[in-house]
Design a protein around this ligand. Structure first.
Ligand code: NAD
Length: 490
């Protein structure tokens, strides 16, 4: 069974774990299917306690030497890692698209370059760190960012490569060793990541990948006593389960979770740009945590703006994510399709008006039309819960106080988008919307040094720049009494 692999669009992908620099098989396997057409891509090793134990043990043994390299020693290896990622850009892009149905063009031009940047950026940032002195009249506080140990990294299926490298980069640059548990609905690019890390010269045991089902491999991992950190991106219910394991062992945990983000359009905004950006919320079938899914439009421009959004959405092609014209690909899995359509049917039954969409698209079993609901009650499920599909809601407002209240009326606080023509008004609204990231007259762009994360149930902690190192490092103060070593220091 060892050496099991699949051919995905001409790319060989191992279906086994990667532990201590070697491929490891499991007796149990689970199928990964392509959401594009239901094709069976392969049977992936389903890890459990034994594989998790091996991986954490390998990571623990690899930790002292990796930590001892220092940021300077790790930087060239991580730069090779980023370079090798770029060298495999086409392979990574086609495999990600086959496995999770995300747009091929987006993977080629945005996701893979950003994934490489996730590695190289933090390799460099670790050098400029972080260690510093704080002078006090009696002591010098020597603040150090020490590696923490073995980090467990758990990621979801909507963007496995991007989200895994977003954790792998800072965790490795900080000097930790890793056990990655990829998402079972899209596990393949994380397997390629292991090959790439190996080619780049990461020592055995520094980056391990245990494939498997969340409730089995994931559960065994987060309950392992050998962990120093748990970094999780996924859903709120899973975070609650993992949080209990983290609480039992007092292991620091970061959580990047779901959202129901507001998209506010003021009357004086650039309405053409805003309309194009609203249409963009349907990309990847709306399976984007940061998507602005509640469109909140100033009353007096409602009809004008609605016509612009309708026109922009009409031009979006739903279909095969490998085709360059496609903007809306498939939902990931029949189970998720049923979940999304359940939200749609319940919203219809509750009396919400379908402005467009609301039905299966012609392209195939897992394709759903871009959908807009209007007239849903503020406390209705469709106004409050994350759908994670191509389904938006439309609502109007008259005053800034009203739109701020609506924006803040869910339990989430991940992100928000605001289109507005007046800077002071924009900053007033933006500063009062509860969100980890608020985009003004733009969407999705940010610097990797900027903080990223969610408020309320959308997350715990922040990642990006120094914030990532605040999580992945043990921050220590060595407070030395001034003059206690004499002038010669001895
Ligand atoms: P999920 O919570 O079902 O699964 C995420 C990961 O957790 C998977 O790898 C899964 O195998 C694992 N897992 C499941 N149960 C586990 C357990 N008991 N112990 C340990 N691991 C377990 O989420 P999903 O459906 O894969 O992803 C969609 C969710 O992720 C949405 O809510 C979305 O908004 C969120 N998301 C958030 C961000 C962000 O940065 N805030 C980014 C992308 C996705």
């Amino acid at each position: 069974m060892a050496g099991s692999s699949a051919q995905i669009a001409g790319v060989t992908v191992s279906l086994d774990h990667w532990i201590d620099g070697k491929r490891v098989a499991s007796a149990d396997r689970f199928a990964t299917l392509s959401p594009i057409d239901g094709a069976h891509l392969g049977d992936v090793a389903a890890g459990g306690q034994a594989e998790v134990d091996q991986a954490v043990d390998a990571a623990s043994r690899a930790f002292p030497a990796w930590a001892a390299l220092g940021a300077e020693g790790r930087q060239p290896i991580l730069h090779r890692f980023a370079k090798e990622l770029l060298a495999r850009a086409d392979d990574l892009a086609v495999v990600e698209t086959a496995d999770n149905g995300s747009l091929l063009m987006g993977n080629q031009h945005r996701v893979v370059p950003r994934s490489a940047q996730n590695i190289s950026f933090f390799a460099d940032w670790a050098l400029t760190l972080l260690d510093h002195k704080i002078e006090h009249e009696e002591v010098t506080n020597n603040v150090r960012y020490d590696p923490a140990g073995v980090a467990a990294l758990i990621t979801p299926w909507n963007a496995p490569l991007m989200l895994t490298t977003w954790k792998v980069g800072p965790a490795l640059a900080a000097g930790n060793t890793l056990v990655v548990k990829p998402p079972e609905w899209a596990p393949l690019t994380c397997s390629l990541l292991a090959d790439i890390a190996d080619k780049a010269g990461l020592p055995p045991g520094v980056l391990n990948v245990v494939q498997g089902i969340g409730e089995e491999a994931g559960n065994a991992l987060v309950n392992h006593p050998g962990l120093a950190r748990i970094s999780f991106t996924g859903s709120v219910p899973t975070a609650r389960i993992i949080g209990q394991a983290a609480a039992r062992s007092i292991t620091p945990m970061s959580a990047e979770l779901g959202g129901k983000s507001p998209f506010i359009v003021c009357a004086d905004a650039d309405l053409d740009a805003a309309a194009q950006t609203v249409a963009g919320q349907y990309i990847n079938a709306g399976q984007v945590c940061l998507a602005g899914t509640r469109i909140l439009v100033e009353q007096r421009i409602e009809q004008e703006f609605l016509a612009k959004v309708r026109a922009a959405v009409t031009h979006m092609t739903v279909g095969d994510p490998r085709a360059s014209a496609t903007r809306v690909g498939p939902l990931i899995h029949p189970e998720h399709y049923a979940r999304v359509t359940g939200f749609v049917e319940r919203a219809k039954a509750a009396g919400a008006e379908v402005l467009w969409g609301g039905e299966q698209a012609d392209a195939g079993a897992l394709y759903f039309q871009p959908t807009m609901f209007a007239g849903a009650a503020p406390d209705a499920e469709i106004s409050q819960q994350e759908v994670f599909g191509p389904v938006l809601t439309w609502q109007t407002f008259e005053t800034d106080e009203e739109v701020i209240a609506i924006a803040n009326s869910t339990e989430y606080g991940l992100a928000g988008t605001l289109f507005c023509g007046n800077e002071s008004r924009a900053m007033r609204i933006a500063s009062q919307v509860v969100a980890g990231t608020l985009w003004v007259n733009c969407f999705f762009v940010r610097d990797l040094a900027a903080p990223f994360g969610g408020s309320r149930v959308s997350g715990i902690g922040r990642e990006g720049g120094t914030y990532s190192f605040d999580f992945y490092c043990d921050i220590k103060n060595i407070a030395v009494r001034k003059g206690s070593f004499g002038a010669a220091g001895g």
